[in-house]
Each structure stands twice: as C-alpha cells, then as structure tokens.
Design a protein around this ligand. Structure first.
Ligand code: GAR
Length: 222
C-alpha cells in the first residue's frame, strides 16, 4: 500500500491499527460490488485508491437503494454500472437481498463492499459472500453501532472516536474487525465537525482494509 500522510499531523499511521504501510500485500485482482445508500464518498475513495494503484481491484457494479442518491452520479462519472434496487418496492428484506445477490452475480462481483449501506442485511446475503462482505461504520465498534453513531459517541462523552471496517454478521454493524482508525474528540466538536474528521480516516482505511482482507483470504484459500 502507498504511504498517505496523516491529515492530523501525527506520525504516519499512528492512529491506524493494524499498520500495513510498507507491507507488500498479495491477493488476486478483486471484483468489487459496492452497496451504497447515499453520498458515496467512500465509494469515491475506493475508486481513487484503485486509480492510484493502491488497491488492485475493479468495481463491477454499484447497487443503490435510494433514487437520486449522490453515489449514482459519482459512479456514472467513473463509468461504473449502477443498479437501483429501491427497498420500498420489495415486500421484505429477504426479497431485496435476493435481488442484490442476483445483481452481484450478474456483474461477476466476488467481494461486497458496504460503503454507507443503510439497510440491515439478511443471512442470505451473508452466506452468498461468506468472508467477502465488508462494512464501514463511523465508530470504534463494538461501541455505538446503528444510526447516528457520531452523535452517540458525543452524547457518551468519549474522548476518542473513530471508524471501523469489519466483516459483516447478522447483527447491525457487527462482525470481525479488520481495521480501525482513532480520531480524537476535540473541545467544541459537533456531530458535523467530528464526522468530517472521521470520514477523512474512513477514506484512508477502507481501501487498505479491503486489500488486507483479500490478502488474508488469499492465504486461507491457499
Ligand atoms: C459513512 O460515514 C459510513 O461509515 C456510514 O455511512 C457513511 C456513508 O458516507 N455507515 C454507517 O453508518 C453504517 N452503519 P458516504 O456515503 O459518504 O460514503
């Protein structure tokens, strides 16, 4: 992975765990299916990392559940196919996940990247991509899963916040942790100011965590 200067002026990677800077990670070129509900800044960070050759991958499809979400425009700018699966038009979570799994298969995706996917997933999706389904969440899990994680952290009075990339299990924002970044809470922080600094770290760790997870997986698969 390339070395990215820390925006907080700390020694590089001091806030990240594990630190994989300088390591050579080997894994087969990844075909990523991205699930996103909103703005898509994490999708954009993944595309930028691929563009800089820091992540050996291609995004084969972006699946979005919200018409008009900004991620759809971002994907179009990168010429990535998009599929809108509006959850409001499905009778159940299971029916939505059936359509998601089929769409991912149709687009040859072998990893699923939940980049701001704000829907609960079912066991069907988890089983279809065992060990290859990753989520990012704006807290140091297992603290503060679910909605409004940054406000939850502020309300709890924590002095360090952060973000987590993890494998996906059934409970919301749960599963084995792959990478975390710590973000200090500063005096006067609001949800917006803290969220902004957390997102800077999300954009650093998500591509790195995808590479790390793929490296581990390649080791397991022999
Ligand atoms: C990110 O902060 C991500 O951690 C969060 O949604 C945001 C999406 O931003 N995900 C969750 O809260 C999942 N529980 P983006 O659309 O700009 O990538």
């Amino acid at each position: 992975m390339g070395s990215t200067p820390c925006p907080n002026d700390c020694p590089n990677s001091c806030l990240l765990s594990p630190n994989i800077d300088g390591q050579t990670l080997s894994y087969p070129k990844l075909k990523l299916g991205v699930l996103a509900s909103g703005n898509g800044s994490n999708f954009e960070a993944i595309m930028a990392a691929i563009d800089r050759s820091e992540l050996d991958a291609e995004v084969t499809v972006v699946i979005c559940n919200n018409p008009g979400a900004n991620v759809l425009e971002r994907a179009a700018r990168w010429s990535i196919p998009t599929v809108l699966l509006n959850h409001r038009e499905f009778e159940s979570r299971g029916a939505l996940d059936d359509a998601i799994v089929q769409t991912l298969r149709d687009h040859d995706a072998d990893w699923v990247i939940m980049a701001g996917w704000m829907r609960r997933v079912t066991q069907h999706l988890i089983d279809a991509f065992t060990g290859r389904l990753l989520n990012i969440h704006p807290s140091l899990l297992p603290s503060f899963p679910g909605l409004h994680a940054v406000q939850q952290a502020l309300d709890a009075g924590v002095v360090v916040a952060g973000c987590t990339v993890h494998q996906v299990e059934l409970a919301v924002d749960s599963g084995p942790i792959i990478m975390q970044a710590v973000v200090p809470v500063l005096p006067g922080d609001t949800e917006e100011t803290l969220q902004t600094r957390i997102q800077i770290q999300e954009h650093r760790i998500f591509p790195a965590a995808i590479a790390l997870a793929a490296h581990h997986r390649a080791g397991q698969d022999g």
